[in-house]
Design a protein around this ligand. Sequence first.
Ligand code: ADP
Length: 213
Amino acid sequence: MIKLSKRQDEILQIVKQNGPITGKEIAEKLSLTRAALRPDLAILTMSGNLDARPRVGYFFNDNYAARRKAKNYLHQNVTDYKAHPIVVGKSTSVYDAIVQLFLEDVGTLYAVDSEGHLAGVISRKDLLRASLGNRNLNELPVSVIMTRMPNIITINPEETLLEAAKKMIHNHIDSLPVVKEVDQQTNTYLLVGRITKTTITRAYLEIMEEKAD
Ligand code: ADP
């Protein structure tokens, strides 16, 4: 993606507001000669920002703008979009975890140890599975049914939404704990947030609905 000059940006704005517009008309608006404008128009057309049609003029290329935004979106940092993680202690009962899931209106809970380090992931299906059969859900701690370290797929705050989306899709999971490493050898991580498929969709909407720049 090329960085546009100030004048190229001005041209884009003019075409966006007035297109289709001829090179001559753009030159007039900028008080420039047609010849002085030609290199910028060539760059904008070749890069895909503008479309040109003979005898009609220049158009703003919406598809290109959307693609540029989509690319921009995917390279945003996880830290700017992460949500607050909903946590329970490892010894919380499955029953209380189910109540918590409803109260907080989330799909995944995270279990932490006494120091607040990430110990496990408890998803809706984990809770449903535990509810099958005749076990007493008040007596059953989530530590028995959760997915635990070192099997948890995590993401760092500096990683991008693209990396988060890839991890979720490739691992068939709905969410990722956002963590800061305390000690990799012992799999000790501090939980600082969560990224879900909803986070990714919301960020996408936000960026796509921003006024075209
Ligand atoms: P659901 O159970 O609602 O379909 P998921 O698809 O996220 O939700 O979970 C499927 C399984 O993957 C569950 O057993 C869950 O514990 C596990 N899981 C969820 N998130 C992660 C993660 N980040 N890392 C490893 N396992 C996970």
